[in-house]
Write a protein that binds this ligand. Structure first.
Ligand code: ADP
Ligand code: MG
Length: 646
C-alpha cells in the first residue's frame, strides 16, 4: 500500500548510510575497487545494491552480492524485494545451494560465496556481472578469500581483453580490513559513520569454568530487574548447545517471580527458515525477547530492540588437525574484535549493556583478530578447490594471506599420490577425472578418495558410515568412574579387523535399536555425537546420489571396506617395528598404538590409522589391520620408495 511504501522511504532515509549516499554513488562510479566499512545495521547489505541499481546502472548490467551464510542471502534478498515493491525472483533474487529464486529479469542477485565460486568455475571472467560485492569480508572464510583472488584476476583479465569493466566492492563490519585494501592495490576505503549509543561493558570478577551456567544466571538476573521489551541477545556456539539452553531458560522463566513474560528464541544457521524469521518479529508489550544465537548474529543479521548482550566468549571454528589431515569444528575463544562486535549489538537503538561472561584477564589473552580460515584449515582441500577453478600453480597464486610454501607443496604431493592431479609437460597442474569427483565432497581429499574407491569396491554404504564417524567427534563416551564397565559393555562391538570396522558395528547396532537414546545410555555411546554422525552421513549420501554413484553394501566381507580405506589413507600406514612400536611409512616416525584401539593388544604387522595424537608419547588412533600387498597395489609410487617388500 501507499502507506507501506512511505514507511520504507522513511526507513531508508533513517539509515546511517543515507547520510553518505551521494558521496558513495560518486565513488562507486569513479572507482572500480572500493572497500566500504560500516557497523552492522548501517544499511550496507540492503541499500548499496539498490543505490547501484537505481542511480548507476540504469537497467544495464547485473549485481552479485555474496554472503558467507545462506540464511543471510535469502532473508536479505526478501527484504530488498519488499523495499523495492517487487516479488522475489524478479529484479531481486537469491541463489544458494539447493535453493534459488531468480529469473532473466534479476538485476540484484544475493548468493552465498560458495555459489559465486561455482559460477566462477563455469565462467572465470564472471562476465554476467558488472558489479560484484563481497559482503562480510571481515569474516575471511576460505570461500571469501579464494573469491577475492578470483575476482581480482577476472577484473584484470577483463581490462586486458577490453570487456566491460568489472566493478568490485568489498564490505566489512569491522575496521581490520586494511589488508584487503592493500591486496587490491591500496584501493580507497569509505567509512560509514555509525550511530552507536554508549555501551557499558561488564566482565566477571573471577575466571569462569562453566560458561553455559554463567550465561543462564546472567540472563535470569537481567530478567528479574529490567523493564519489559528490553531484549537480550545471548551468544553461544552451536545448535545443540543453543537448543538445550533455550529449554532451560524457558523452564526458569516459568518459575520466575516477575510478571513479564519471557519469549526465548533460538537462532542458528541450520534452524528452519520459518523459525528463524521469528527473531525479527515484534513481541507484545509486557514481554521480553531473549534470542540465543551463534556468531551469525555478530554481523550478518540485524535484530532490533536489543538492550543487553550476554557474550559467552566462545565460538565454533574450523581447525585443521594436521595429524589426520582432517578439519574439525571445535569450540574456541573468540577474538577481541569479535567481542567488540558482539557488544556493539547492545547499542543500536539506545544505550545498552554487554555482559562478558569471562574475566578481564581472559579478554586480554584473546587474539586481537581472528586468524583467516585459510591459514587454519586443510590446505589440501583448498588446493583441490583452486585447481577445480583452473588455477595451475598454487605457489604463484595471489593469496590474500598465503599459506607457507611447505604446506602448499605438501598439499600438491598429497593430491598427486591420491591420483587427483597430474602435471603436464609444462609443469602445470591439472585435475584428473578422480580429482574432479573428489572436489565435490566437503571432506579431506583423502576421505573423498576413500568414497570413490568404495563405490568401485561395492561397499559405499559401509564407507559412508565410517567416513561420517571419522568426521564427527568420537561417539565413545569416556567415563572416568565407569571405565571398566563401559569397556565390557562395548566389547561386543569390537572387531579383530580394527577400529573402523568396530565403528561400523556400533552404527549398525544403533540403527537397529528401537530406542536410540536408551540404547546409547546402555552402551556408553555419546547420543549427541551419534546424531551428528547421522546428519553428516545424510549430506554425504546426497552428494553421492547427485554424482550418480552406486551405493552398494558389501555384506559380511569387511576386507573390502578396509581396502577402500587404504585408497585414501595409505599415507597413514605404519609397520610393526620392535617392542610393540610402529614406524610410520611416511616419515619413519616411531609411534604407539593408542590404548583405546581394539588392536592395542594384538599388534598386527601392518595398519593404517586416521589420527595421530601427540601427548607425552606419540600415538596412532582409529586403526585398521591391512595386508601390505594392498599398499603396493594401490599406490606403488608412494610405497615403493618407503616400504621394503618382505
Ligand atoms: P548492514 O549490512 O550494514 O549490517 P543492513 O542493510 O543489513 O545493514 O540492514 C539495515 C537495516 O535494515 C537494519 O538496521 C534493519 O532495520 C533493516 N533490516 C534489514 N534486514 C531486515 C529484515 N530481514 N527485516 C526487517 N528489517 C530489516
Ligand atoms: Mg550486512
Amino acid at each position: 500500500t501507499e502507506e507501506e511504501r512511505n514507511n520504507f522511504e522513511d526507513h531508508k532515509k533513517s539509515l546511517p548510510i543515507f547520510a553518505v549516499k551521494q558521496k558513495l554513488i560518486k565513488r562507486m562510479k569513479e572507482e572500480n575497487r572500493l572497500v566500504v566499512i560500516g557497523e552492522t545495521g548501517s544499511g550496507k547489505t540492503t541499500q548499496i545494491p539498490q543505490y547501484i541499481y537505481n542511480d548507476i546502472l540504469n537497467g544495464k548490467g547485473k549485481i552479485a552480492i555474496t554472503q558467507p551464510r545462506r540464511v543471510a542471502a535469502i532473508s536479505v534478498a526478501e527484504r530488498v524485494a519488499l523495499e523495492m515493491n517487487t516479488p522475489i525472483g524478479n529484479e531481486v533474487g537469491y541463489c544458494v545451494r539447493f535453493e534459488e529464486s531468480f529469473s532473466p529479469a534479476t538485476k540484484i542477485l544475493y548468493m552465498t560465496d560458495g555459489m559465486l565460486m561455482r559460477h566462477a568455475t563455469l565462467n572465470r571472467l564472471l562476465t554476467q556481472y558488472s558489479y560484484i560485492i563481497i559482503d562480510e569480508a571481515h569474516e575471511r572464510t576460505v570461500h571469501t578469500d579464494v573469491l577475492l583472488s578470483i575476482i581480482k584476476k577476472a577484473q584484470k583479465e577483463r581490462q586486458k581483453r577490453h570487456i566491460e569493466d568489472l566493478k568490485i566492492i568489498i564490505m566489512s563490519a569491522t575496521m581490520d580490513v586494511g589488508k584487503l585494501s592493500e591486496y587490491f592495490d591500496k584501493c580507497p576505503i569509505l567509512y560509514i559513520e555509525g550511530r552507536l549509543h554508549p555501551i557499558s561493558i561488564k566482565f566477571t570478577e573471577d575466571k569462569i569454568d562453566d560458561y553455559l551456567f554463567a550465561c543462564l544466571t546472567t540472563v535470569m538476573q537481567i530478567h528479574s530487574k529490567a523493564p519489559p521489551q528490553h531484549d537480550v541477545l545471548v551468544f553461544l556456539t552451536g545448535q545443540d548447545e543453543i537448543e538445550n539452553f533455550v529449554r532451560s531458560l524457558r523452564q526458569m522463566g516459568k518459575n520466575c517471580k516477575t510478571d513479564i513474560d519471557l519469549t526465548v528464541l533460538p537462532m542458528y544457521a541450520a534452524l528452519p527458515f520459518a523459525l528463524q524469521k521469528r527473531v525479527f518479529e515484534d513481541t507484545p508489550k509486557n514481554t521480553r525477547k531473549v534470542i540465543v544465537a551463534t556468531n551469525i548474529a555478530e554481523t550478518s543479521i540485524t535484530i532490533s530492540g536489543i538492550k543487553y548482550v550476554v557474550d559467552s566468549g566462545m565460538v565454533k571454528a574450523k581447525l585443521h588437525k594436521p595429524s589426520s589431515g582432517l578439519d574439525i569444528l571445535t569450540v574456541v575463544r573468540i577474538s577481541q574484535s569479535q567481542a567488540w562486535q558482539r557488544s556493539g549489538r547492545a547499542g543500536r537503538q539506545s544505550a545498552g549493556t554487554c555482559y562478558r561472561v569471562y574475566d578481564k584477564n581472559t579478554f586480554d589473552l584473546m587474539p586481537a583478530n581472528s586468524i583467516p580460515e585459510i591459514l587454519r584449515c586443510n590446505i589440501a582441500s583448498v588446493t583441490l578447490q583452486l585447481l577445480s577453478l583452473g588455477i595451475k600453480n598454487t605457489l604463484t597464486f595471489d593469496f590474500v594471506d598465503k599459506p607457507s610454501e611447505e604446506s602448499l607443496n605438501s598439499a600438491v604431493d598429497q593430491l598427486s599420490w591420491l591420483q587427483a592431479i597430474e602435471k603436464d609437460k609444462g609443469n602445470e597442474l591439472h585435475l584428473t577425472e578422480i580429482g574432479k569427483r573428489m572436489a565435490a565432497f566437503p571432506l579431506d581429499p583423502r576421505l573423498g578418495r576413500v568414497l570413490l574407491a568404495a563405490e568401485k569396491n561395492g561397499c559405499l554404504e559401509e564407507i559412508l558410515t565410517v567416513v561420517s564417524m571419522l568426521s564427527a567427534d568420537s561417539v565413545m563416551l569416556i567415563s572416568a568412574d565407569q571405565r571398566e564397565k563401559a569397556e565390557a559393555v562395548r566389547r561386543k562391538f569390537q572387531s579383530v579387523e580394527g577400529d573402523h570396522i568396530t565403528l561400523l558395528n556400533v552404527y549398525k547396532s544403533y540403527k537397529g535399536s528401537k530406542k536410540n537414546k536408551v540404547w546409547c545410555k546402555e552402551n556408553f555411546i555419546n547420543h549427541r555425537n551419534m546424531k551428528i554422525v547421522i546428519q553428516i552421513r545424510k549430506q554425504l549420501r546426497k552428494i553421492c546420489i547427485d554424482q550418480n554413484m552406486t551405493i552398494k553394501s558389501c555384506g559380511e566381507d569387511r576386507s573390502l571396506v578396509r581396502k577402500s580405506l587404504v585408497h585414501g589413507l595409505f599415507m597413514n600406514a605404519a609397520q610393526l617395528h620392535s617392542d610393540g612400536l610402529y614406524s610410520t611409512i611416511m616419515d619413519r616416525k616411531m609411534v604407539n598404538i593408542h590404548p583405546s584401539s581394539v588392536l592395542f593388544r594384538s599388534k598386527p604387522g601392518y595398519v593404517i590409522y586416521s589420527e595421530l595424537v601427540q601427548t607425552n608419547k606419540c600415538y596412532i588412533r582409529d586403526l585398521s589391520l591391512i595386508d601390505p600387498q594392498w599398499l603396493f597395489e594401490i599406490s606403488p609410487e608412494f610405497v615403493s620408495k618407503r616400504l621394503i617388500r618382505q
